[in-house]
Every structure is written in structure tokens, then in C-alpha cells.
Ligand binder design. Structure first.
Ligand SMILES: [Zn+2]
Length: 152
């Protein structure tokens, strides 16, 4: 998670959103994702979705079994579903959506983690494991006073 936090800080310095996701397999970081929604004019380009796309290419496989994704913020319904469809083993995130004022990256009154953790894609018998609140205070601090959610 500390690596993801450093990546989030790097994203902010580069003019992006201060959040990041990293993918780890066998103790090595194989992908880093930053939100690209505004830059790419792509509503699906959340940091976690970008991380998943990069990881799949790095492994040259659609199967992310054995991988853990660390995200500085609570992973949204779209990105968690993408993780489930890619067979991702575990998602660990920092700040819950309620910890971030003005967070637009999840539906109101909805917590995807309660739904996605029970989903099983047809080709696996494993459910995605989701753990939230890791270094929550540090991750929430990154987003404090941040308002430009879709930087140009
Ligand atoms: Zn997302």
C-alpha cells in the first residue's frame, strides 16, 4: 500500500488525480494504474481499471489469479467487476468512499464490495477477496481538499 501511496503522490505532481493502484504478483509490482478519465476522455479509465489492463498485458494473460491489487481508494463497482472477471485473487484498498469528500467514483448509497465479493465468474471456483481500510488515514489524506476529479 505504501508503494500505491507514493504512486498517488506522483500522479498529483504530474497534474493527475492523487490516487493509484498497483498490481502485485509473487511479491513483485507488475502494473501501476493512475486515473486517466479526463486525459483520455474515457469514463472507464479509473486507476484500478488501468492497472488491471496493464497487468493483463504484462502477464500476456486474461487470468490474474494469484495477483493482489492495492488501491489507495475504495474500488468502485466497475473496477471490482473487472477484477472479478479477470480472476483477480485479492483487492486491498485504503480509504473508504465515505472518507473522501466529494468522491464521484461510486454510485450513491451503494457499496460494491458487498455485492462483488459474492460473485463467481463461470470458470473459477474462487471468490475475489476484498480488504478495506489499510493505511486508511494516509490514503484519505491524499484526497483531502482535492476537487478536480477529471483533470484535463
Ligand atoms: Zn473504478
Amino acid at each position: 500500500m505504501r508503494v500505491a501511496i507514493e504512486e498517488a503522490k506522483r500522479s498529483l505532481v504530474a497534474g493527475g488525480t492523487p490516487l493509484a493502484a498497483i498490481m502485485v504478483k509473487d511479491g513483485k509490482v507488475i502494473a501501476v494504474g493512475h486515473a486517466q478519465v479526463g486525459k483520455l476522455r474515457d469514463p472507464t479509465a479509473h486507476g484500478e481499471a488501468e492497472c488491471i489492463k496493464i497487468a493483463v498485458k504484462a502477464l500476456n494473460s486474461l487470468d490474474l489469479a494469484g495477483c493482489t491489487m492495492y488501491s489507495t481508494v475504495e474500488t468502485c463497482s466497475m473496477c471490482l467487476s473487472c477484477g472479478a472477471w479477470s480472476g483477480l485473487t485479492k483487492v486491498v484498498f485504503g480509504a473508504f468512499k465515505e472518507d473522501i469528500v466529494g468522491n464521484p467514483y461510486e454510485f450513491k448509497n451503494y457499496h460494491a464490495i458487498e455485492h462483488v465479493k459474492n460473485l463467481q465468474v463461470p470458470w473459477t471456483s474462487e471468490n475475489i477477496e476484498i480488504i478495506g481500510g489499510v493505511l486508511k488515514k494516509d490514503c484519505a489524506e491524499l484526497m483531502k481538499n482535492f476537487k478536480n476529479w477529471a483533470p484535463n
